[in-house]
Design a protein around this ligand. Structure first.
Ligand SMILES: Cc1cc2nc3c(=O)[nH]c(=O)nc-3n(C[C@H](O)[C@H](O)[C@H](O)COP(=O)(O)OP(=O)(O)OC[C@H]3O[C@@H](n4cnc5c(N)ncnc54)[C@H](O)[C@@H]3O)c2cc1C
Length: 447
């Protein structure tokens, strides 16, 4: 059995490493100069630091992504804690949504019942709403495609403050979009798995290494150590089909033959390189994506405050203390502070000059973090990822295709495929593992 995996992001590397582990001959072809796709790191020019293309956060319920890390020997390289989320505003200061070590779902109930940004009544109502969201708007209820998060929260009688302090930040963070535009079914999937499922699922995890060191390069080593091939700067131009069956791909004039092809690329690339029968399953609506803007601030001195926090009224929504979260930083970061600021669903910032964006991020960090107001900015880097994730709009969810299409031995993977999850690291890893398992099953059936 030989498999060509097109795309060296999380989905492609999850599929390829799972297949290599099972002894398959795997070739990964990646168009970019480096692996990682939308979850990668690179050497920043002025500081020499390895910087991620955007801060990534994981939860304990990311079983497939964690399985990928375990396979390649990197499960231990994560900053990890029980769910304890500090949320800041100028009026109430820092309040935490902190879930104690109780069995689920009591841990979440206890966390919400002590959450200082809400009145006691709002806390009780939020608890009821969490359960009702899953029960009434979860995808298995058949209402997916029908409601936005904002509509569901209205139906569940959530107050403006409960939305502002709890539901909206959760939606922006996990679905990367405004609650008025995001699917209630997807939020229900997040709440069901991350907050109301087993307690381990609600643990909060952050990469303690730059993303390429955390998984992309270790995955390459894992695959190559098992006889596989990983090539960058190898864009695939077309999938080659013979008699309704994929027999390989063409890349820069070279024909790479294989018994199975896994396309682990985003929708625009599928629509360019897949055979017409498969393209028909990937409508243009699946090219709708939402942006994320990330700002990294290098300050000249250490600052106080928690390792990460949410800003309830900020234009930047989350701040992460990379100098504390990463196991090692370069000398410039070690003496001062390095803060990653994130704005999700950031359409409003795409046209804004980077200098203005950096100034906003610095001002907001100075308000929320002790000592940051006196710190001097050494350097700022603004990254705009225009197509960060598939738009989570309700009407788009039913269009997401499964892994199998009309062409035999050709499988689809990617965070945007039908996983029942928002487009995340977990959705990408799940889709890759699923495609690998199907390729193995097809091979066995053919034998
Ligand atoms: C700034 C930012 C922040 C994020 N934060 C989080 C977070 O906190 N938590 C979370 O879970 N998720 C987060 N995500 C989402 C997460 O990064 C993605 O869901 C995941 O990386 C998608 O992986 P993928 O393999 O499906 O796709 P991709 O990463 O897009 O991989 C596809 C690969 O295919 C390659 N390719 C395309 N065309 C071709 C071709 N013709 N031939 C060969 N190769 C090709 C591309 O170069 C790319 O490397 C974030 C994303 C961004 C951008």
């Amino acid at each position: 059995m030989s498999v060509v995996v097109v795309g060296g992001g999380v989905a492609g590397l999850a599929a390829a490493s799972a297949l290599a582990e099972r002894g398959c001959a795997v070739t990964v072809l990646e168009a970019a100069p480096a692996l990682g796709g939308r979850a990668r790191s690179f050497a920043e020019r002025s500081t020499g630091d390895s910087v991620d293309n955007g801060q990534h956060a994981l939860m304990g319920c990311y079983h497939e992504f964690l399985a990928l890390l375990a396979r390649i020997g990197r499960r231990g390289e994560l900053w990890e804690s029980e769910l304890d989320v500090p949320l800041w505003d100028a009026e109430r200061g820092m309040q935490r949504l902190a879930c104690p070590a109780l069995p689920s779902p009591l841990h979440f109930a206890a966390g919400v019942l002590r959450f200082g940004h809400l009145s006691f009544r709002e806390r009780l109502s939020a608890l009821r709403a969490g359960r009702a969201l899953v029960a009434r708007f979860g995808r298995s209820r058949g209402e997916d495609g029908a409601f936005t998060v904002a509509q569901a929260l209205l139906a569940l009688r959530q107050s403006p403050q409960a939305r502002r302090a709890l539901w909206d930040p959760l939606t922006w963070a996990t679905l990367n979009a405004d609650p008025a535009e995001a699917s209630a079914g997807l939020l229900a999937a997040v709440v069901g798995r991350a907050l109301l499922g087993p307690r381990s699922g609600s643990r909060f995890l952050l990469p303690a290494l730059p993303l390429s060191e955390l998984y992309a390069e270790p995955a390459r080593k894992f695959i190559e150590a098992r006889g596989g091939t990983v090539r960058c700067r190898a864009p695939v131009d077309e999938v080659v089909v013979q008699g309704q069956r994929a027999i390989g791909v063409r890349s820069g004039g070279e024909l790479v033959l294989a018994s199975h092809v896994i396309l682990a690329v985003p929708p625009p690339a599928v629509r360019r390189i897949a055979p017409p029968e498969l393209r028909a399953l990937v409508p243009a609506a699946l090219e709708r994506a939402t942006p994320i803007v990330s700002v990294t601030l290098w300050l000249d001195r250490p600052v106080g405050g928690p390792d990460f926090l949410g800003l309830l009224d900020g234009q930047t929504q989350w701040l992460f203390r990379v100098d504390r979260i990463h196991q090692r930083t370069n000398a410039a970061s070690a003496e001062g502070a390095r803060i990653a600021c994130v704005r999700s669903g950031a359409s409003a910032w795409l046209e804004r000059p980077t200098r203005e964006i950096a100034a906003i991020a610095l001002r907001e960090a100075a308000q929320a973090l002790e000592g940051a107001a006196h710190a001097k900015l050494r350097h700022a880097l603004v990254l705009k990822e225009v197509a960060a994730t598939l738009a989570p709009a309700p009407e788009i969810q039913p269009l997401r295709p499964g892994p199998e299409g009309p062409v035999r031995d050709l499988l689809l993977a990617g965070d945007w495929t039908a996983t029942g999850l928002p487009a995340t690291l977990e959705s990408a890893a799940l889709s890759g593992h699923r495609a690998a398992a199907l390729a193995l099953a097809m091979d066995q059936a053919a034998a």
